[in-house]
Design a protein. Structure first.
Length: 283
């Protein structure tokens, strides 16, 4: 990829920031149903772009400060709003192009041109191209781990993490989610690069959950239980995600899909909680 693309209709000096650490996850995973009274912002719904920042409010004039004073008043708050607005524009432009032509056929230069920024600005926000597809990872990962950390006394890791996954995946049947899930399914299944990256992301999630479980249980080095539990939960997630994609691409959505995902997820969760000893016995 070249780094010399010219800006289209604007300059980006105010938007140039240091590269962020690329983090990613499965973009479709929505937030679980919030607990009553919960005020925390939920992870984004599948297919939803990051909302554009609202217009900056007019800054009050203060006598005697002049241009330098007004610039100081605007400060980092305005810069951060502009940064988030630019990020949202880039994500929207990338999603449109990927839906039109596929991930592998679209260059970062083209995304920059569609978003009206220079190529360098895209890389500042997304150091790797795959991050434009899997940009919802940090809030989803944090929410999954918090569901484990915040579980009540007496509840197992598999119950807490599995319930989070089932609730979240059931949300993929919502009307506002279906279009995004279908678009993401087509884009990811049409790109070997994205399929490989998605498997890597699932591995990273599994490692993060296993390490949290090992830390909480003070597991000895090499103990298998934390890894088995983490792999089981993330396998449930992966299976439900692929089922949701298959069903949405087949034209199923809404309450029918939500009910199917919930029922299948709860059956899978029951196996995780109560064991596989009685499953698929040979007759």
């Amino acid at each position: 990829m070249t780094r010399g693309a010219q800006a289209v209709g604007r300059t980006d000096s105010d938007d140039e920031v240091r590269p962020e650490t690329p983090e990613a996850v499965v973009h479709e995973l929505p937030a679980p149903e919030p607990a009553a009274g919960a005020d925390d912002e939920a992870p984004p719904l599948p297919g939803a772009t990051t909302p554009a920042a609202p217009p900056a409010p007019a800054e009050p004039e203060q006598a005697g400060r002049g241009r330098r004073g007004r610039r100081a008043l605007r400060g980092p708050g305005l810069r951060e709003r502009r940064r988030q607005q630019t990020r949202a524009t880039i994500i929207e432009a990338a999603a449109e192009l990927f839906a039109e032509r596929g991930f592998d056929a679209v260059s970062v230069v083209e995304i920059a041109q569609r978003a009206g920024v220079v190529e360098k600005t895209v890389f500042n926000h997304f150091p790797v191209k795959e991050g434009l597809v899997f940009e919802a990872d940090p809030p989803m990962r944090a929410a999954l781990l918090e569901a484990v950390r915040g579980r009540p006394a007496g509840e197992s890791v598999s119950a807490a993490a599995g319930t989070f996954v089932v609730r979240a995946m059931s949300g993929l049947g919502a009307p506002e989610a279906a279009v995004g899930v279908a678009e993401m399914a087509r884009v990811i299944r049409g790109s070997r690069t994205l399929q490989v990256r998605e498997r890597e992301i699932l591995g990273e999630l599994t490692t993060a959950l296993a390490e949290l479980i090992a830390e909480e249980t003070q597991a000895e080095p090499g103990e298998l239980a934390p890894w088995l539990a983490a792999h089981a939960v993330l396998s449930l997630y992966a299976a439900l995600l692929e089922l949701a994609r298959d069903r949405v691409l087949a034209g199923v959505s809404g309450p029918e899909l939500s009910a199917e995902l919930r029922a299948r997820g709860e059956r899978g969760l029951a196996l995780l909680q109560f064991g596989l000893a009685g499953y698929a016995k040979r007759r």
